[in-house]
Design a protein around this ligand. Structure first.
Ligand SMILES: Nc1nc2c(ncn2[C@@H]2O[C@H](COP(=O)(O)OP(=O)(O)OP(=O)(O)O)[C@@H](O)[C@H]2O)c(=O)[nH]1
Ligand SMILES: [Mg+2]
Length: 422
């Protein structure tokens, strides 16, 4: 019975960060970044019992926070029954070791927390490999500090491996594992490239849903394609890329790709490890940039997403900005800014989804033109082909042939040139 109670008790965590006032708003620790850290901790099943922010222009190289502040935190550990301290930045190997020694309890940072959540969420083989690669690369230089951390913990935050994988604690093993993971990921990447080349050859247009985590990308994917991809009020609900077809009014088929959301201070090992998944984004013909307009921080989220996109090299593509969740906030006329189009929608209620589809239709390559043709009866296969691949608006049988009004792509337009009457 007692054992059960131990299992049910959530890990009690204290969150700590330093506001330098010098870093830019998306890299500094602020109340908002701490709130987000708290959401991350809850997502990893922890209970947040206290939050400490220190105002200090320079980070301490050895201990991250100042001496007085870490003393203050140490005094909170016993009365508040804190199990773990989570810092809002990626700690250096030295910092994590010193702090773990000083506090005598588990010390982790934002990066481990994010990697841990990714490890919980990874479903596909590729996702699991990528998360493990990022975890191993993070751990390698920190083994001494983490040794303390890991020996003290059971199955709590910071120790989760993707799936059944046990995270190694021996340097040589880790190095070997990293090489093995890298070559496995490389193989999968080849396969992915092959699929992409085939898609390109088939003239398939791809649109990638990008945005901050929890913005509503998967909900929008479901709304647009009437599918049931997992969408949840959780950070990083989606890890694995999924794609669904969307048929536009003129019969054009667009492949919509839903992928992992971004967050501020996204660990660089994670971006590196996920590069092959995220290549879908780099290769997409257009980006559908989903923004949670109900979040007061949405402008900062846009900055973060822009940073990650440019880091990935996904620049210079047509972008449609989608301000989502307008059912719970005011719909505002927004200047397009850096975007080629901008639409306010609600993925939940379906409001303005038609406008979004129009915007996709206008911006995606291969928009079909409306024309009217009369095709002689001896060209039966041509008429057949039009029925299969183009969008027929009207059809009549005249003495000289079939009169058809249709939406046609460029190639078909060229084929029909001689028969056009309007
Ligand atoms: N009120 C409201 N809630 C929405 C809307 N669209 C999505 N949500 C909610 O927002 C939460 C996140 O939605 P998801 O579709 O999972 O978000 P996501 O961008 O795919 O998130 P990640 O996969 O974590 O990156 C869910 O609880 C949705 O129900 C909307 O238009 N209005
Ligand atoms: Mg999602």
């Amino acid at each position: 019975m007692e054992l059960k109670n131990v299992e049910e008790r959530k890990e009690r965590v204290l969150l700590a960060g330093v506001h330098t006032g010098k870093l830019d708003v998306i890299n500094d620790t602020t109340e908002e970044s701490m709130e987000e850290l708290s959401e991350l901790a809850k997502t990893a099943n922890a209970e947040v019992v206290a939050t400490v922010i220190q105002n200090k222009s320079d980070l301490e190289p050895g201990t991250y926070m100042g001496e007085g502040k870490i003393e203050e935190i140490k005094d909170m550990i016993e009365p508040l029954e804190i199990d773990t301290i989570i810092f809002d930045d990626e700690l250096s190997p030295i910092q994590i070791r010193n702090l773990a020694e000083f506090f005598g309890i588990k010390v982790i940072d934002r990066t481990i927390l994010i990697l841990d959540i990714f490890a919980m969420r990874a479903r596909s083989g590729e996702g699991k490999l990528q998360v493990e690669l990022a975890q191993q690369k993070y751990r390698l230089p920190r083994l001494r500090g983490l040794g303390m951390v890991l020996s003290r913990t059971g199955g709590g935050i910071g120790t989760r491996g993707p799936g059944e994988t046990k995270l190694e604690s021996d340097r040589r093993h880790i190095n070997r594992r990293i090489s093995a993971l890298e070559s496995e990921i490389k193989e999968i990447k080849k396969h992915r490239e092959l699929l992409r080349t085939r898609r390109k050859k088939d003239g398939m247009v791809t649109a990638c849903l990008v945005g901050y985590t929890n913005a509503g990308k998967s909900s929008l994917m479901n709304r647009l394609t009437k599918s049931d991809v997992l969408a949840e009020n959780k950070l990083f609900a989606t890890l694995d890329t999924t794609s669904r077809g969307l048929i536009l009014e003129d019969n054009r088929k667009i492949l919509l790709i839903d992928t992992v959301g971004f967050i501020r201070k996204l660990p660089h090992h994670l971006i590196d490890a996920f590069r092959s998944t995220l290549e879908e984004t780099i290769e997409a013909d257009i980006l559908i940039y989903v923004i949670d307009a109900s979040n007061p921080q949405f402008e900062n989220h846009i900055k973060v997403v822009n940073d990650v996109l440019s880091d990935l090299g996904a620049v210079g593509k047509p972008i449609i900005a989608v301000y989502n969740k307008i059912d719970v906030c005011e719909s505002v006329e927004r200047a397009c800014g850096d975007f080629d189009a901008s639409v306010d929608i609600s993925a939940k209620t379906g409001k303005n989804i038609d406008k979004l589809i129009d915007a996709i239709s206008d911006i995606a390559p291969g928009k079909k033109k409306e024309l009217c043709v009369v095709i002689p009866y001896n060209e039966g296969t041509l008429v057949n082909d039009l029925h299969i691949n183009q969008k027929i608006l009207n059809e009549e049988y005249l003495e000289e042939g079939t009169k058809i009004s249709l939406l046609a792509d460029n190639i078909t337009y060229e084929k029909l040139k001689n028969y056009i009457i309007k």
